[in-house]
Design a binder for this molecule. Structure first.
Ligand SMILES: *Cc1c(COP(=O)(O)O)cnc(C)c1O
Length: 398
């Protein structure tokens, strides 16, 4: 990992080229000052309402990133045993760690039980039975929340929608009666709340309003049965602006939390939890690459980069848009298909993008790559792992 001193504020990637020209490409470039500003805004917006925010580690689990997020007082939202382990290693306290996921293995559950994490977000009755049995063996009582499928359309890409009845995630309302009957028999489980997560990259804030209405209804179901739930966890999913990262570097946390404050019927003494991933880290990262070759076709020009789906999978996995910039060229705009070097036709970042006339060795930035970028890297084609370079680093040991 390399560290660069940031030279200006706000950062324009173009102006910083001098500082990284020697770095071997491709690499991930993280702006920790922007991350700090983002965390500060999110923390302050949530604090107005005493909302508790857990960071979804799966978006980015790099050491300086996690350290900073932990220092800002966020909790951790984990979806694997190794994420729980990583959160603990980076200083998150067990009382602020939640563990979700449809397929928690026995080993993962045991590990989380040993460390007395705050809560398991449970997604099926069978999972409840397993956690009950494993907790019993350890002589412990596990705190659980039920991940309920609210059947709310997140109005986002179908590949990243998780709150509809046909998704694999969560417990459906029609199963709830049976789940509650089961919980009566589970002596080693303590039901502390309900949990929701309806999808990711949600930019239409009305979706969250709809989520609040459903949560209120579902909460009534419990209240009418005399069940008190001390915790409500409404998940994450707040989106970022992939189209205009410089104009909108920080998501509108104020409006986001205000919606929940206004529409969620919080019961006396009840704590509200959030699990944000993308909105906290996405804009702080770019993938920096060099152009290896420019290939002119009959109708299509290809800009072939030294980064590919092995460094940033989102365009290929979810048809996701990332803004692409040529940081070197000032030439007139030409249309390109921007592709990677991997031996797959789908290894294409974008089709028909206009870039200044592009040449071999030009630097290219693929923006908004701080979330679900480096964490999804693979060694396919026996690629080397791209390193991370940090701007504004003040974390002592990395
Ligand atoms: C991925 C995930 C999140 C974070 O989603 P973002 O869209 O990155 O905010 C939160 N909760 C759960 C359960 C998740 O799986």
């Amino acid at each position: 990992m390399g560290y660069l001193q940031k030279q200006n504020n706000p950062p324009m990637l173009k102006d910083l080229q001098e500082s990284w020209q020697q770095e071997p490409t491709p690499f991930y470039l993280y702006d920790l000052d922007l991350l700090r500003q983002t965390l500060e805004k999110a923390r302050n917006a949530a604090a107005q309402y005493n909302f508790q925010v857990h960071y979804a580690l799966k978006a980015n689990s790099n050491k300086p990133v996690l350290r900073l997020i932990q220092e800002f007082g966020f909790g951790a939202d984990c979806v694997s045993g190794n994420e729980v382990k990583r959160a603990l290693k980076r200083g998150f306290v067990p009382e602020h760690i939640v563990f979700a996921g449809v397929g928690k293995s026995d080993a993962e559950i045991n590990f989380a039980l040993q460390h007395n994490i705050f809560c398991f977000n449970c997604e099926s009755s069978q999972e409840l039975e397993v956690i009950d049995a494993l907790a019993g063996k350890q002589g412990k009582v596990a705190r659980v929340a039920l991940r309920i499928n609210p059947n709310v359309d997140a109005n986002t890409h179908k590949y990243i929608t998780t709150g509809l009845e046909e998704n694999k995630f969560g417990i459906n309302m029609w199963e709830l009666e049976g789940v509650m009957a089961l919980l009566q028999q589970c002596e080693n489980l303590e039901l502390i709340g309900i949990h929701f997560h309806i999808g990711s990259q949600i930019t239409d804030l009305n979706v969250f309003k709809n989520l609040c209405s459903r949560v209120n209804e579902i909460q009534q179901w419990f209240i009418s049965r005399g069940i008190q739930l001390p915790h409500l966890n409404v998940g994450g999913g707040l989106g970022v602006d992939y189209y205009q990262p410089d104009e909108n570097p920080i998501s509108d946390f104020e409006s986001y939390f205000a919606i929940f404050n206004e529409h969620l019927e919080v019961q006396p003494g009840q704590q509200v939890h959030f699990e944000l991933g993308r909105a906290l880290v996405a804009q702080s990262g770019s993938l920096i690459s060099r152009v290896l070759y420019v290939k002119k076709g009959l109708t299509t020009n290809f800009a072939i980069l030294d980064a590919g789906m092995t460094e940033l999978l989102r365009p290929m996995l979810y048809q996701a848009y990332h803004k692409i910039e040529n940081l070197t060229s000032q030439g007139p705009e030409v249309k390109y298909n921007v592709v990677g070097p991997i031996c797959e036709s789908t290894d294409c970042f974008a089709k028909d993008v206009f870039l200044p006339e592009t040449q071999r060795n030009d630097f290219v930035a693929i923006r908004t790559a701080g979330a679900y970028g480096e964490v999804m890297a693979s060694e396919y084609n026996l690629r080397d792992k791209a390193k991370a370079v940090y701007l504004g680093l003040e974390v002592k040991s990395v």
